[in-house]
Design a protein around this ligand. Sequence first.
Ligand code: H79
Length: 565
Amino acid sequence: MKKIIGYIFLFVFANSSIHAQLNDSTAEAKKMQWWKDAKFGMFIHWGVYSALAGTYEGKKIPGIGEWIMNTAKIPIDKYKPYAKLFNPVKYNPEAWVKMARNAGVKYIVITSKHHDGFALFDSKVTDWDIVDASPYGKDLLKPLVAACRKEGIRIGFYYSQAQDWNHPGGAAINGHWDKAQDGDMDAYLDNIAVPQVREILSNYGNIDILWWDTPKDMTKERAEKFMPILKQHPNLITNNRLGGGFQGDTETPEQFVPSTGFPGRNWETCMTMNDTWGYKSYDSNWKSSKTLIRNLTEIVSKGGNFLLNVGPTAEGEIPKASITRLAAMGKWLNVNKEAIYGTTASPFPYLSYGRCTRKGRKLYLHVFDYPANGLLGVPMANKIREAYLLADPTKRLLVTINKANQHSVIHLPKKIPDTINTVVAVEFEGDLKIIPSPMESVEAVVSSENDASEGAKNLTDGNRLTRWTAAKTDRNASATVDFKKQVAISSLIVDEPWNPWENKRQKITLQYKSGETWKTITTTTTKGIGDQKNFKPVTAEFFRLLIENKEEAPSLLEWQMYGPE
Ligand code: H79
């Protein structure tokens, strides 16, 4: 009897948990849909650090501008007076939002409080905010939220939950530098962070995104302090930076485009236009519009979103250089919007000439490197119903078949329509049959593994959430694949498990076997975030990677290789 009851319990429990999971996943999918379709957001980093603009006591302080208090070790009583200089009298949120909308931006995320602890809203739990400490004296978030609602732009708040360099007990990466910062972190969370998160989620109507950052010293218990508030906002999208093991809704690669995607996870690359988030008067290392348009394309082709930053001045002006770049993106998007919004990731893991996005039976080929002969190969076995440029949709392009590999070939106009990214729309027939990447069917043999959970199989599984690591004491390692037949390879892609600011490096050499000797194809010294190398096709059966890491055991998330179309 006991056993039978046990079975009944098991059945009922298992059954209901499956339903719960299904409901959860459909609710999650529904919640994320607008965000997945949106693709392009604008980050705003703005606060007291904007008034310092990268300079303290006459010295130019290196690094990202919003970190100036930490980097220059400015004591609290020397930093606080700068709030008097943060007086954004030229702030025009309607103009900002219109500018963003014309740029093709679908959501805005603004720093409600960054690591310096200064709130851009009238917080009841501190005087360290725009209303109490700045001559401006008015909430900066409220009119921005109103303008976003008016223009149909979604709104999110960034909130630095762990680091806070002006409220005692707040965390600081690299430690406190002023005794006045010392205190009880739990008390700081209970008295400042938790009530402030309640304020920003309660006082502005429905907020779409809460963007946590730097989970320094955040244990599970500390992260759980925010859960009751989050539960009251089931449609709120949060990222993976709360800490304490909470995954949130999104992965957040910072300042780089991952070489491969995150299966089963939504993700968003956040990036600066120059080298700082918060305004620095002398940072003129601006990325070109071409780089930004191609970054957006590449991210979307991998299934991610692009959150691109602007750092307004203390007066409330967005730098001209940012405005011209956003305008260029808007101009390109106006012609090619169909190939970005509402699309899904490329079905091709790699295309030598550019990127691809998809909407059902429609592919959008984003041509970066316009073929000299005007012929564009599409590595799929489907018949193409029609192909045309998004810039000229009434003119059908000629499509022929490449007899050698049965790939379709699109005949492009001789004159390049857009040297940054020309989009070719392709409507195909039937279920998509792409020519698989040669790496899909092989597993690498490695010189050593740290343990089974960081084994060789993780190298070629197409999932950058899993990694291979060599044995702890190794500094040199190799990984070899045997395709069991001759395969032409023209591109190497590796992913690494670090962030740009960790300053990690590995020397990676790709070789092929010619008779009994290994010959080098290409070598790269990485920056800890992976790399891609293209080269003239090399045909061989055996390929191997040599990985050298001077500081720790060699490690990779992914190793992919592709041939020409
Ligand atoms: O808000 C922006 C950054 O301020 C924030 N995330 C984005 C969205 C961020 N905070 N910390 N980090 C990113 C990573 C930490 C980097 C560090 Fe450093 C490396 C801290 C100390 C060494 C960079 C270099 C900051 C100070 C020196």
